[in-house]
Design a protein around this ligand. Structure first.
Ligand code: F6R
Length: 613
């Protein structure tokens, strides 16, 4: 996952930036770089590979100065290489930028800038930012104003840090949405900036966390914060605890809350390097999926446990719909005892955050014994599931500490979507226009997730209304039926409230008998192909005196008149909606459990990795 560090003050910036990047190394990255202001001139060192490579470059050609910024990059647009690594210099060589996030409208902006005569030197989306800043600097605008105007043109979620040799006394940093945070640290006559606290914690515990759409102008003596609309902001300085675990939690009360908020970043990283937006194609090289193999596959069996199995259920809808391949979903603990029908033309795809779940590994073993092609979608690199598979897709979420899985649920949803598109492409069942549209829609995901996160206060209000409930029913249909299962699982495991997810169409076959005023019903009723059916569920629940919490698409005024509580979601392409719709349900479960004063991160009787059968 991308990381940012910056320093301004009397000391040499280079070692401070390098050390800060080192502290972010655990997040994973494929290239690294830094820019330091040396004698009024910006010096950049960057390359693909690990920080040892960057340190070697700095040793070969040393660079010293009192202002510097650095970056570790997970490739999104363009391969990991020296030319695509951050920082990115503008045409004048006077401005340099590091960036986390995806510039959703970069193709449009790049075309516009090219028409103005800009020559691009990388394949990245980030490079448009530095050229936009230079566009405004050329009209005698000061750096903060030029950055502000440039940022107003970007779509998506971003963390951005900018340096100019013409204004060497400042660093400008901004946060838009939730592509990771931007934290500014106070020292004695020196200041720090980073995407994550651990990067600067050895220097300071006095921190300011930028909110979305805020920009900081940082000098060695302090900072000024303004909104992107140019309004001055009074900021609050937080004194953070020294304890490294608490520090890792950052501004959040629990790891689960932090991990819910990390999803903009993890979803950005999930599509990073796997999507060629220009060609409209998907690349999943570790899967070892050749066109011949794609043609040969007759069936896919997805096997997993718990939350991962819910991801598999969404995968079934996606792969069947997009790639026209039959998919079965099998709970891993059932699979091996059922004498499953799989052969060498069947793919068995195991989904597992830990890659060490005993039942999932046993299912993989059984599949191997029967000669199936074995794939894994795992988070923990080097885990057993990854090692035994013939091919894998790694979830790009970084470590997940909260026992209840959140970011390791949404990542596989997007992985499975990409897999479906890739399979369809290789099997020749997708016309170019549809393929391009499906690929293009991926650009929207991180920002849509961020827009849900921005509405946490609304979800918390609903949590307050439900905090004393003893039961809860979750209803969904079609691609969001598994979202209902997952919402219910989250609630039961951390709040100990009895919750059930149900396919909405099954209501009339039994569960409807349960509905009364003491049984709240969470209904996922988005503007998708199942909308009308879901709307009628709301009416039926209301007719029986139930309290309805509806998940609805922005602007659906009809639902607002029917449901007791509405949690609004931004309009989302329906095939990607499970990754977005589950976020408010994660937040709902989280806030109910937190309000009940429970141990959210380590719920009773549960383990993060279930290595026993
Ligand atoms: C629920 C949860 C569990 C896991 C399940 C599988 O929040 O975390 O249901 O999803 O134990 O674990 P992995 O994905 O590690 O195989």
């Amino acid at each position: 996952m991308c990381g940012i560090v910056g320093y301004i003050g009397p000391r040499d910036a280079t070692p401070i930036v390098l050390n800060g990047l080192k502290r972010l190394e655990y997040r994973g990255y494929d290239s690294a770089g830094l820019a330091v202001l040396q004698n009024s001139h910006i010096e950049v060192r960057r390359d693909a590979g690990k920080l040892a490579r960057l340190s070697a470059l700095v040793n070969e050609a040393p660079v010293h100065g009192h202002v510097g910024i650095g970056h570790t990059r997970w490739a999104t647009h363009g391969a990991p290489s020296a030319r695509n690594a951050h920082p990115h210099l503008g045409m004048t060589g006077n401005v340099v930028v590091v960036h986390n996030g995806i510039v959703e409208n970069f193709l449009e902006l790049r075309a516009e800038l090219s028409a103005e005569g800009v020559v691009f030197k990388s394949d990245t989306d980030t490079e448009v930012i530095v050229h936009l800043v230079e566009r405004y600097l050329a009209t005698d605008t000061a750096l903060p104003e030029a950055v502000r105007r440039a940022l107003l043109l970007l779509k998506g979620a971003h963390g951005v840090v900018v340096l100019s040799s013409k204004e060497p006394d400042k660093i400008v940093a901004a946060r838009i949405g939730n592509a990771g945070g931007v934290v500014v640290g106070f020292g004695e006559g020196e200041m720090f900036v980073a995407s994550d606290m651990p990067a600067i914690l050895e220097h300071t515990r006095q921190m300011v966390f930028l909110e979305s759409r805020q920009m900081a102008v940082i000098t060695s003596q302090g900072l000024e914060v303004q909104t992107l609309e140019g309004k001055a902001v009074q900021y609050e300085i937080h004194s953070v605890a020294w304890d490294p675990v608490a520090a890792e939690k950052g501004e959040y009360r629990h790891f689960m809350q932090k991990e819910i908020h990390e999803q903009v970043r993890s979803l950005t990283d999930t599509i990073a390097g796997r999507v060629d937006f220009e060609e409209g194609r998907i690349r999943l090289p570790e899967l070892n999926l050749t066109p011949e193999l794609a043609q040969r596959i007759r069936k896919i069996v997805i096997t997993a446990c718990g939350t991962a199995s819910h991801a598999g259920m969404v995968g079934k809808v996606l792969i069947e719909r997009i790639a026209r391949l039959p998919v079965e979903v099998d709970i891993a603990s059932e699979f091996r005892y059922r004498d499953p029908i799989v052969d060498h033309d069947t793919v068995v795809l195991a989904i597992s955050q830990s890659g060490e779940t005993a039942d999932t590994l046993a299912a993989m073993e059984e599949a191997r014994r029967k000669g199936a092609i074995l794939w894994a979608n795992v988070n923990v690199i080097g885990s057993q599931a990854m090692r035994v598979a013939d091919g894998y897709i790694s979830m790009q979420t970084g470590p997940e500490i909260g026992v209840a899985s959140t970011k390791a649920y949404t990542a596989p949803l997007v992985d499975l979507y990409m897999l479906a598109v890739l399979l369809a492409d290789l099997r020749g069942v997708l016309d170019e226009q549809t393929r391009r549209r499906l690929v293009n829609d991926l650009r929207l995901v991180p920002d849509l997730a961020g827009r849900c996160l921005d509405r946490e206060a609304e979800v918390e209000k609903v949590a307050r209304a439900l905090v004393n409930t003893r039961h809860c029913l979750y209803l969904g249909r079609g691609i969001n039926m598994p979202t209902a299962y997952e919402g219910a699982l989250k609630l039961k495991e951390i709040s100990y409230i009895h919750a059930e997810g149900y396919p909405a169409g099954e209501m009339k076959h039994g569960p409807i008998a349960l509905i009364d005023k003491d049984m709240p019903v969470v209904v996922i009723a988005l503007r998708d192909p199942w909308y009308e059916k879901m709307f009628s569920q709301i009416e039926q629940a209301k007719a029986r005196g139930g309290t309805v919490v509806a998940l609805a698409t922005d602007g659906d005024s009809l639902i607002a008149t029917k449901a007791d509580h509405v949690v609004w979601l931004p309009e989302t392409p329906w095939m990607l909606s499970p990754a977005i719709a589950v976020i408010p349900l994660q937040m709902l479960a989280y806030h109910i459990a937190a309000l009940r004063g429970l141990d959210v991160d380590q719920p009773r009787n549960l383990a993060k990795s279930v290595t026993v059968e």
